[in-house]
Design a protein around this ligand. Structure first.
Ligand SMILES: *Cc1c(COP(=O)(O)O)cnc(C)c1O
Length: 449
């Protein structure tokens, strides 16, 4: 069977995510037959290095044997049981493990099956927790410029990426948007930390003004991934935690993309030494095998729902596949790898290598910035290095990088004109050198007129 025959069948019956389907008149779909480590293979035997971890979910390689074996055993025992009134050992064990490794104070796990749902749950819990305690005026949420928290209407409402949000603006609940500390905009000679502190003066003012009517602030710790991999100093998180305490706001940390070792620590919040009131995780939780998400929260929040049934303070929210046993088992196996293989240390070494192989980009006249947080490196292409004037988005320069990289057997999927690497943690130094070279050549093609 050829790639083409699968692509033709696909286009008759499928509609793909985040895609203008007409693009596939010129961009061939790539049917994947199998995966192995960092590699994916199509039906004609061509291999692709998955440099973006299949949209950031894959941590330890495709078809990872440890996760696979754990799943095989679970398959022979229990595939799923509803979590209303029932439980199973995989959900209990995964929750125990998550609570043990997550920032202190988080000790209850609520399951769902994707990051957007994990965010919706945090928003609803925050709102209802205040309501249960008699704070019925608290109805709004505070979000950051350039944030992304998912695609369902509630998650989209607290997001701020125009491409995803603007079309649906009239459907979405009102939110309050506060300044972020995106270090891309710091002044010349200013440190990211100083910039964050400077920006926080305005943040503090807005929190003070709005807290009375607001439930929570939601934030992506350290890296705004879908918002073009923009990064900021951890001090912003420390200041925000303190301000949320001062003004009586919950803090929701959306670590759906940055959790599980991506930023150089197990959770990004650790780098600011803070604990949120809600922690949302998904993507890497199952090592990229199965859809599973968790919203962790504190005993204090949990207790604000705990009462006699007639008071109707319970959290009446469910998803059919809440706490799916296969997903939980994949999660346990994934956390087991972290425990046994010194992953954080390995990642810190890999991050150094990522920094070394991308250093040459900094000098290029069409590169405004090369930025990095742990296992994420982003290269921002612009028309003019000095004014940072962007390339017109209609030119789709990033798409040219994507196409070139594919021709060479590397999956890069730039966000607009931002090329980034977010590889599985099992990538090697030599592979990093190679994907950087492919990105370099792709960039040269893309910026040429
Ligand atoms: C991907 C992402 C989400 C949404 O997760 P899905 O599983 O795609 O619904 C939410 N928040 C952040 C920060 C993300 O990167």
């Amino acid at each position: 069977m050829s790639n083409k025959s699968f692509a033709e069948r696909d286009l008759k019956v499928l509609w793909h995510p985040c895609t203008q389907m007409k693009d596939h008149e010129i961009l061939p779909l790539i049917p994947i037959k199998s995966g192995d480590g960092v590699w994916l293979e199509d039906f004609e035997g061509k291999r692709y290095l998955d440099a973006i971890s299949s949209w950031w979910v894959n941590l330890f390689g495709h078809c990872n044997p440890i996760i696979k074996d754990a799943l095989k055993q679970q398959l022979d025992t229990l595939e799923h049981v509803m979590m209303g009134g029932f439980t199973h050992s995989a959900a209990i064990e995964l929750s125990e493990k998550l609570i043990a490794i997550s920032p202190k104070g988080l000790n209850k796990c609520f399951y769902s099956d994707n990051g957007s749902s994990a965010v919706e749950i945090a928003l609803k819990m925050s709102f209802q927790s205040w309501r249960n305690q008699g704070f019925s005026k608290k109805t709004k949420f505070i979000t950051l410029e350039n944030s992304y928290h998912g695609e369902t209407l509630g998650a989209l409402a607290v997001s701020n990426v125009a491409l995803y949000k603007d079309t649906f603006a009239s459907l979405l609940m009102d939110t309050i948007t506060i300044p972020n500390a995106d270090a891309y905009f710091r002044a010349e000679g200013e440190t990211a930390a100083a910039y964050a502190q400077r920006r926080f003066v305005e943040v503090d003012k807005q929190l003070a003004q709005n807290a009375e009517f607001c439930c929570a602030v939601i934030i992506e710790p350290l890296v705004q991934c879908a918002g073009n991999m923009r990064m900021y100093d951890p001090i912003y998180l420390s200041l925000l935690r303190a301000a949320c305490d001062k003004y009586e706001l919950h803090l929701i940390a959306d670590e759906v993309a940055v959790g599980f070792g991506r930023t150089g620590s197990l959770f990004a919040c650790e780098q600011a030494n803070i604990s949120p009131d809600f922690l949302c995780v998904a993507k890497g939780l199952t090592g990229g095998f199965l859809p599973l998400a968790v919203t962790l929260t504190t005993d204090k929040i949990y207790q604000s729902f705990y009462d006699d049934y007639e008071h109707l303070t319970g959290f009446f929210h469910s998803h059919s596949y809440t706490g799916n046993a296969l997903g939980c088992r994949a999660g346990i196996a994934t956390l087991g790898i972290f425990q046994e293989q010194n992953v954080i240390v390995t990642n810190q070494l890999l991050a150094k290598k990522m920094s070394a192989v991308t250093a040459r980009f900094k000098q290029h006249p069409n590169v405004a910035e090369v930025r990095q947080t742990g296992m994420i490196v982003a290269i921002e292409l612009v028309k003019n290095k000095h004014t940072r004037e962007p390339f017109p988005w209609q030119e789709r320069r990033g798409l040219k990088v994507y196409q070139y990289a594919l021709s060479q057997g590397v999956i890069l999927r730039p966000l607009g004109n931002v090329i980034y690497f977010m590889p599985p943690y099992v990538i090697t130094d030599m592979q990093l050198e190679w994907i950087a070279e492919v990105a370099w050549q792709g960039m040269l093609l893309a910026v040429a007129d």
